[in-house]
Design a binder for this molecule. Structure first.
Ligand code: ATP
Ligand code: MG
Length: 421
């Protein structure tokens, strides 16, 4: 039987790929991460680049961050680096600070992941482990490769390279065990498959379908964060398709799931092609706009036959169940509602009933226009409208959006006209 995190090996022999057998060059590694690796190594510790950094370098992608694992214990790390702070109560991690606010995270090899907690308690007393145990506690084989600074080799305990080369996101060990330990791994699996345009291995995919309702056993803020990472980092369209296929969408966003079942996924893929390309163009969309783009088709179906003055109320009723389940911060909820409810106005650029200045002066104008671009920018007419609004914005005198007065109106004082659309 293949070892898994539930029966981690004690003497697994890893595959070691020497420098000339792989494409990771030190030129591609952040110089500060290299400094940390070298310093740990010079002081007699094992020091590896780990996780997404190694995965992305092997795939010739630009890593988001460079995490390091080492045999040095947290206090030993702290002694080696003046610019170091230890964080975390249960799991002590070292953060090493560099210019420009850059942080290199260094963790000691360990036996369990920080999220594998049962009722807030670590299942094992001994949290420090060997490199092989550290490899097997990780989530997917492609995330468990080590780059060894001692000889620039890749160390592979889990057949991760084979999966990486075949485009497979495979759970380390039994998916039932791994998703029970930490249900958020189901979302992470979808995220990596979508991000890299890989496939989940059959067993992991089957298990996600079976265990999908267990997702709510995970911590809500983590569910929210992973969902945003899935949808808003350039591969949202693929993530949506995969979530739909695995029926995870039914659990996370039932209204979206039902809408897709009724009307197909094409409109979502069209909208998310623009969500994804704005990420590729270097524009990070705020979470409220990614979620508003996701919910717009549901919202549009709900407002059919209602008047414009009802749109805010309808937006609330479409969004509230999801906002409560995912504990979405109020600020994000407000932006979602306002930008969704304002969409009819953008379709009516030339409508003589409205004064363009009114919507141009709204504090949420920019966000609402961005949402409009996402939902309507796929057709020539939509593109023309977007351009029309941008031209109008350029022509209109720059003025700060009106401040909403916090003071209550005194009795007898006449109400100020609010510039509503
Ligand atoms: P990204 O590029 O999005 O940062 P990543 O693979 O680096 O992807 P992180 O969330 O930064 O993902 O985690 C770093 C590494 O820690 C992972 O590659 C994986 O090895 C391990 N890891 C993270 N979360 C878990 C988890 N829930 N269970 C097991 N291992 C995990
Ligand atoms: Mg990372």
């Amino acid at each position: 039987m293949k070892p898994s995190s539930s029966n981690p090996p004690t003497t697994a022999v890893p595959d070691t790929i020497r420098r000339r057998g792989h494409n990771i060059s030190r030129k591609d590694i952040d110089p500060d991460a290299l400094k940390v690796l070298y310093r740990l190594h010079r002081h007699g510790h094992t020091a590896y680049l780990v996780g997404g950094g190694v995965r992305d370098l092997l795939l010739k992608r630009k890593p988001k961050d460079f995490d390091i694992s080492t045999s040095a214990h947290p206090n030993e790390i702290k002694k080696l680096f003046v610019n170091c702070r230890l964080i975390g109560r249960r799991f002590r991690l070292a953060h090493i600070y560099f210019k420009g606010g850059k942080i290199i995270e260094v963790s000691t090899f360990r036996t369990v992941s920080e999220f594998e907690l049962e009722d807030g308690l670590i299942k094992s007393d001994n949290t420090f482990g060997t490199p092989e145990i550290d490899a097997f506690r990780r989530d997917f084989t492609l995330n468990a490769l080590f780059y060894n600074i001692a000889d620039f080799s890749i160390i592979d305990y889990v057949n991760g390279l084979e999966d990486l080369n075949s485009g497979i996101v495979r759970c380390i060990g039994d998916p039932v065990v791994r998703f029970t330990e930490d249900p958020i791994r189901m979302l992470r699996g979808v995220r990596f498959a979508a991000l890299l345009d890989f496939s989940l291995d059959d067993q992991s995919a089957r298990t996600i379908r079976k265990m999908r309702e267990d997702i709510w056993k995970g911590a809500t803020p983590r569910i929210f964060e992973e969902t945003l990472r899935m949808l808003g980092r350039g591969s949202g369209g693929r993530a949506l398709s995969l979530m739909h296929e695995l029926k995870l969408l039914e659990i996370l966003f039932p209204k979206v799931y039902n809408n897709i079942r009724k009307n197909g996924i094409d409109e979502y893929l069209d909208i998310f092609s623009r969500v994804d390309s704005s990420f590729d163009d270097g524009r990070i969309l705020q979470p409220a706009l990614v979620l508003a783009a996701l919910f717009y088709p549901v919202f549009r179906a709900e407002i059919a036959g209602t008047t414009e003055s009802d749109h805010l109320k309808q937006a609330r009723s479409v969004l509230t169940p999801m906002s409560e389940r995912l504990q979405i911060p109020r600020r994000i909820q407000d932006t979602m509602r306002q930008t969704m409810a304002a969409q009819y106005r953008f379709f009516a650029l030339k409508d003589a009933r409205y004064k363009p200045r009114t919507i141009l002066r709204k504090s949420y104008f920019e966000d609402a226009l961005t949402l409009f671009e996402l939902i309507a920018g796929g057709t020539p007419e939509g593109k023309q409208l977007v351009q029309g609004w941008k031209d109008l914005e350029k022509q209109s005198p720059q003025q700060p959006p009106p401040r909403r007065s916090r003071r209550k109106r005194k009795r007898g004082q006449s109400p100020k006209r609010s510039p509503s659309p």
